[in-house]
Write a protein that binds this ligand. Structure first.
Ligand SMILES: *Cc1c(COP(=O)(O)O)cnc(C)c1O
Length: 376
């Protein structure tokens, strides 16, 4: 019993849902290393390694690249509150739950919200994206590069191009793409991007990488706007940047863990890592189709990191997931919001992305479906 034990023994689950993803043993080891103080030069070496490795995962030269304590949502909130002033015209492309969350943060910030929506699982075409931006002339535009709630990949090039043509800044949510799929942020023309550590980066939850283009940094320096203290990018940059001015005490073991996760990525090589995610994604999709399941997202727009097969008619998805958990210790997820009961969500991220795990999850899912009388 957890309440009376002196040493905890958490269950070992095979996390094959849309995050958190499995942790490499080297990362668990990194979490147990001695902590140092918040101004120790060693910690700043860790920050500097993390900056360089994140720049390469993101495909950016942005000097203003660091990591803030807090989960992916803290990254989202930081991006919005620093660049969307109260009353600013804030356009959000919504095709899933994380686009809705961006809207909600914008609303609470007092932005003039310009919401454009697609049915969940679909993406915006270049023409739709550019047309909306030219018509509405927002100050800031946000979109979700990898919509984890649906499994859809949104190309950001047309969005960022149209935004920059009218002098607007572009924010991209890269929580489920960073470390698992090519992003090429600079080529895309995105100004601000954030992520989380527990998805394709393969580290524990708790940190939010963020990056800002020189144009975004210039905007930040030129605008005085009251920002919640903890998420104030200028104060954060004073600590994580060269000034090393105390702002908060960072969760040091988490930074060790992220440093180790990024070192593992560098050792594998980004191209190899992306190829591994792609191959395992394709094997998973082939297996799902063999089982007779159709996918929510059209082929060209699918994330490699999250597959979203439809739940077959007559199947109770919660019951199927419980069976997979009880019989195989495998965790996958169901749909959120309007997709609840409609889809399964299978993760293929970081250390968890392997041919063996694809086989395990497909086998467990097939068995769970058969238990409910399903025949392909
Ligand atoms: C998981 C996720 C978030 C939120 O991250 P948390 O770590 O749960 O706060 C935001 N956006 C996307 C696309 C995500 O997948």
């Amino acid at each position: 019993m957890a309440s009376s034990a002196t040493v905890i023994h958490p269950p070992t689950r095979l996390l094959l849902g849309p995050g958190p993803s499995p942790i490499h043993p080297r990362i668990y080891a990194a979490l147990g290393q001695p902590i140092v103080g918040h101004l120790d030069p060693y910690l700043f070496e860790i920050f500097s390694d993390i900056r360089r490795l994140l720049q390469s995962c993101w495909g950016t030269q942005n000097e203003f690249t660091f990591v803030i304590p807090g989960t992916g949502t803290a990254g989202m909130e930081t991006a919005v509150v620093n660049f969307v002033a109260p009353g600013a015209r804030f356009a959000v492309f919504v095709n899933g739950i994380f686009g809705e969350r961006l809207c909600e943060i914008g609303r609470r910030r007092g932005a003039r919200l310009l919401r454009v929506a697609k049915p969940w699982g679909q993406v915006f075409s270049d023409e739709e994206a550019a047309g909306f931006i030219q018509r509405e002339r927002p100050d800031v535009v946000a979109f979700v590069n990898a919509e984890t709630s649906t499994g859809a990949w949104q190309d950001g090039r047309a969005i960022a191009r149209a935004a920059s043509e009218i002098g607007a800044l572009t924010i991209a949510d890269c929580v489920t793409s960073l470390g698992g799929m090519p992003i090429n942020l600079d080529a895309m023309g995105v100004d601000i991007a954030y992520s989380g550590t527990q998805k394709a980066l393969g580290a524990p939850p708790g940190l939010a990488p963020i990056t800002c283009s020189p144009r975004a940094v210039e905007w930040l320096r030129a605008h005085e706007s009251a920002v919640p203290y903890y998420f104030d990018l200028k104060l954060l940059a004073d600590y994580y940047g060269p000034a090393r001015r105390y702002h908060h005490t960072p969760p040091v073991p988490m930074f060790y863990a992220l440093r180790e996760a990024l070192a593992i990525i560098e050792e594998e090589g980004l191209e190899n890592r992306f190829a591994r995610h792609k191959a395992n994604h394709e094997a998973c999709v082939a297996g799902l189709e063999k089982l007779g399941l159709s996918l929510l997202v059209d082929k060209p727009h699918r994330l490699w990191t999250v597959a979203t097969p439809r739940v077959p008619a007559g199947i109770d998805d919660a019951l199927a997931r419980r069976s997979m958990s009880e019989h195989h210790g495998i965790e996958i997820a169901g749909g959120l919001g309007s997709l609840a009961g409609q889809i399964f969500r299978l993760g293929n991220m970081g250390y968890g992305s392997s041919a063996e795990n694809v086989k395990l999850v497909l086998g467990a899912l097939a068995e769970a479906l058969r238990e409910q009388g399903y025949t392909a």
